[in-house]
Design a protein around this ligand. Structure first.
Ligand SMILES: Cc1cc2nc3c(=O)[nH]c(=O)nc-3n(C[C@H](O)[C@H](O)[C@H](O)COP(=O)(O)OP(=O)(O)OC[C@H]3O[C@@H](n4cnc5c(N)ncnc54)[C@H](O)[C@@H]3O)c2cc1C
Length: 423
């Protein structure tokens, strides 16, 4: 009981659950711990000091009530919002090899386990009340076999990291539309990625095998032949997968020779027109083309502008073709639609690439980016050191190693800037 008692003391000092008065929390903490022990039927978490716990685990961890706990917990979700659920322990193994020991330890202590790869799931399903949060954030490795067109990827590898490693050999993959989406939850959830429709595949269809640690601590390779039930579940079970995926083996795709895009920007007040255009395009089923709409803050509108003018919608068609001529013909046909006349800005037949589009997805300066929340989360914890270094250097967008690669000149950025004048 020593640890639980210590936990209660420091819990209140670090104020990690400010909604609960001290007496109430104390009672609930003990009652909760007793319930857990009863359920586990053996001496567990409540009887173990963090020191003895940590001795068996290669990695870092923090227990509820310790001074670093609030910032660690806040750093778990990718988004700014952190659900009010408080795991007892957060454990971040230094490598996949440490995962079985964590699971065995959790079993021994009667702790339920929740798994996080990148923390992008907006439901924050990895954040549970009580139990152990297994944070796989260190597992970002990739091994590519360029001759066979396959790659082993670890679960916290970002889509940008996958693309960067495979594109020099002419390979591609239906990665998520934002550079920071990690492979762990993305693949388990199906994965709707760039050009997936033309390749005729969800991302999970290209999982050839996976290395999985089961609740027993045993690690297996699941593929079509071995552990076929696990292999089946890998492709779409999402948050219900009954094991820890340590790495996936993926089939890669030949990169398209030409990627070209056309975009049309509307103020949000003309959303109906924008969606009508998108639907008309979809009905025409343009060949080798991905259609999308992005809703974004207009970075050029000031706070006093009417709400509908503070937002824009961008209707975008991206053609993935063998030749420039084919892409030009497809996109040219789309921009001839009468509804494109209503766009305040047009950006037509622009050569681009998977890499360039990923870079744009985190470009805060064009108002579409997702990077700023990620940076702020990085500041609140230790999980994203590169952006944090960049922020500390004062010129975050240019200094951080990652962002050096994510700051191309973006034609859309210029479009969005010009939008302010157009509105
Ligand atoms: C900005 C942004 C852009 C996105 N773009 C796309 C997109 O283009 N296409 C698309 O399909 N989706 C997209 N998504 C959704 C994304 O695929 C899911 O949020 C996915 O869960 C993210 O993976 P993750 O590793 O961060 O999952 P996490 O949030 O870390 O985990 C979610 C759940 O998945 C399970 N899980 C995660 N990792 C493992 C593991 N290694 N072993 C076992 N179980 C595990 C756990 O149950 C966990 O609770 C996007 C999300 C964001 C925030």
């Amino acid at each position: 009981m020593r640890f639980i008692a210590g936990k209660v003391e420091t819990e209140m000092a670090d104020d990690s659950d400010p909604r609960q008065a001290r007496g109430v929390w104390t009672r609930r903490g003990f009652v909760g711990a007793l319930g857990l022990l009863a359920a586990a039927g053996r001496a567990g978490w409540a009887g173990t000091s963090p020191e003895s716990w940590r001795a068996g685990i290669a990695g870092r961890s923090v227990a509820r009530g310790e001074p670093d706990y609030p910032s660690w917990r806040q750093a778990m979700p990718w988004q700014m919002y952190t659900a009010p659920r408080y795991p007892d322990l957060i454990v971040r193994p230094e490598s996949a090899a440490a995962v079985p020991a964590v699971l065995r330890e959790a079993r021994g202590q009667g702790l339920m386990v929740a798994i996080k790869s990148g923390g992008h799931n907006v439901s924050e399903s990895f954040l549970r009340q009580g139990g152990l949060l297994l944070d796989l954030g260190e597992l970002q490795g990739i091994e590519v076999d360029p001759a066979k067109g396959t790659a082993w990827v670890e679960p916290a590898l970002w889509s940008h990291g996958l693309l960067r490693a495979i594109e020099p050999a002419g390979w591609a993959f239906p990665i998520a539309h934002c550079a920071t989406v990690p492979m762990g939850g993305y693949l388990l959830g199906g994965g709707l990625g760039y050009n997936h429709d033309n390749w005729g595949t969800l991302a999970c269809d290209s999982i050839l095998a996976a290395e999985v640690t089961l609740a027993s601590g045993q690690t297996v390779i699941a593929n079509e032949r071995d552990y076929p039930d696990l292999y089946w579940a890998l492709r779409g079970s999402g948050t219900g997968f009954p094991g820890v995926v340590r790495r996936y083996k993926l089939r890669l795709f030949p990169a398209p020779d030409t990627v070209m895009e056309s975009s049309f920007i509307y103020p949000l007040s003309r959303l109906q027109e924008a969606t009508d255009l998108l639907q008309a395009w979809a009905a025409a089923k343009p060949r080798d083309t991905e259609l999308m709409m992005l809703l974004a803050h207009s970075p050029v509108a000031d706070n006093e502008a009417p709400p509908l003018e503070q937002k824009v919608c961008i209707v975008r068609a991206v053609a993935y073709c063998a030749t420039r001529e084919a892409a030009t013909a497809t996109l040219g046909g789309l921009s001839g639609h009468s509804l494109t006349a209503g766009a305040v800005l047009k950006n037509e037949l622009v050569p681009t690439s998977l890499r360039h589009m990923q870079e744009e997805s985190v470009d805060t300066r064009m108002g579409l980016g997702f990077a700023l929340p990620a940076l702020l989360i990085g500041l609140s914890g230790e999980v994203s050191p590169l952006p944090v270094l960049g922020v500390l250097a004062g010129e975050w967008i240019d200094r951080a190693e990652f962002y050096l690669e994510l700051t191309p000149t973006s034609p859309e950025r210029e479009m969005v800037r010009a939008l302010g004048q157009a509105l």
